[in-house]
Every structure is written in C-alpha cells, then in structure tokens.
Design a protein around this ligand. Structure first.
Ligand SMILES: *[C@@H]1O[C@H](CO)[C@@H](O)[C@H](O)[C@H]1NC(C)=O
Length: 226
C-alpha cells in the first residue's frame, strides 16, 4: 500500500517536472483574441498553430513531401529561390517544431538579409561556395561570417539577421533545417521598403539617415509588384 503511494507521488512529481513554466511560443505572426466567439465566427477557427486531424484518418501521405530534388527558379532580382517544406506543405509537421528548406543560388545569387522570427536555422552546403553570416542584436551588432564549401555546416541563431551569397561562378545548393513548423521569414529590404501600405518616408529618412529622395526611390523599387 505504502509502495503504491510512493510510486503515485513520484509519478506526479515527474509529470509536473515536464510541465512548461511559460506559455507556448507563437506559431504564427499573431493570434488576436476574439472577445466573443460570436463576434466573428468565421475567424473563430484559428488557434496557435493548426487543429489536429482525427488520428484514425491520418495517412502516411500526411508525413510526406516530394520534390525537394527539384531546383527552384532563380531567374529573379536576387538570383536565389527558397523551396520551403513547412506545416503548410507537410501537415504532419504540426506541433513538431521542425521544418526544412532547399535554397538554390544562381552564380553570384544571394538569399538577402532576413530573419526567421520563430526558428534557428542549420544549413549544409551541397553544391558550390557560399559566403554566409549573421549579425547579433543591439548594441554590439557583431557580424559573424564564414565561407562555406560543399559539406560545410553553419547555424543561424533564432531571430538574428542573416544572409547567404553565392561567391562562385557556378550554381550553389544548400539545405536547411529550421526549429519551427512555421519559422516565418522577414526579408529586411522587403519589409522596410516594400510594406503595404508603405511606411511614411519620414520614418525611414531618419532611421536610415538617407535623403528622402533615396528613400522614395527604394520604396518604389521594393513596393507593390516591382
Ligand atoms: C521559385 O521557384 C518556383 C518553382 O520554379 C517558382 O514557382 C517561384 O516563382 C520561384 N520564386 C521566386 C521568388 O523566384
């Protein structure tokens, strides 16, 4: 009897030691609370992450994605293309905190400075040579860079601004694992100069210490469908 009691207490202690002491992290950019379920019933289906499918209906295909052998089209302004396999394209990733991307680079193409608000990224180069780096937060803003060749691995800590530039004359290819089912991407130039609607140029003129004309030029370049 006493033994059973001790085992029960021990099990409870173990269970509580696994309980999280804080809220789960957001799994999308935001999740605005509804005051009342009836306020807008159409949006009441959203949760932090996704709903779970009835386990009885789950199929092997739910854990499967095909086509990561196919290069993305790099015929664009930056000369790179990211093919993402996340919870939107591989539903079995829901709640698992992991995803993967393929990054193709044309010669001298780059994956421009960006951050993943919800994920650390670990990258391996499969073809070519990439100059990669990340910058730490204020106020040090320290830059860490490395030139990577085939087989080299580099890690970009969660949330920090980072980039990859193909410094070779040939195409380059990298695969990255990310520590979120939905890591998110904020491409700095697109977000700052290409937002919808545009940020008031006065804000950017002071922030970047630029001529207003230059700011407007940049906003034209990154805004809308350009
Ligand atoms: C990336 O490649 C895919 C597949 O070729 C293409 O549909 C998509 O438009 C490309 N994205 C960019 C930004 O070029």
């Amino acid at each position: 009897m006493m033994k059973a009691y001790i085992v029960t207490v021990a099990l409870f202690a173990l269970a509580f030691s696994f309980a999280s002491a804080s809220d789960p992290d957001p799994l999308q950019d935001f999740c605005v609370a509804l005051k009342d379920y009836s306020e807008d019933s159409k949006s009441a289906i959203f949760v932090n992450g996704k709903f779970c499918k009835d386990p009885k209906l789950v199929k092997p295909e739910d854990f499967f994605f095909e086509g990561l052998n196919i290069p993305g089209n790099t015929d664009n302004k930056v000369g790179s293309n990211v093919t993402a396999v996340n919870v939107d394209t591989l539903p079995g990733l829901n709640t698992l905190g992991i995803s993967i991307v393929r990054i193709d680079f044309a010669p001298y193409g780059e994956n421009p400075p960006h951050t993943h608000p919800r994920g650390t990224e670990i990258l391996v180069v499969l073809e070519g040579t990439l100059y990669v780096g990340f910058v730490t937060s204020n106020s040090e803003n320290r830059l860490f860079t490395k030139t990577l060749n085939k087989g080299d691995v580099f890690v970009f800590p969660i949330g920090l601004i980072h980039f990859q530039l193909n410094v070779g004359k040939t195409n380059a290819l990298a695969i990255s694992g990310l520590s979120s089912q939905n890591p998110g991407v904020i491409t700095i130039a697109d977000a700052v100069f290409g937002s919808t609607p545009p940020i008031n140029p006065d804000v950017l003129t002071k922030a970047f210490q630029l001529d207003k004309k230059v700011v407007e030029e940049l906003q034209k370049k990154f805004g809308g469908d350009n």
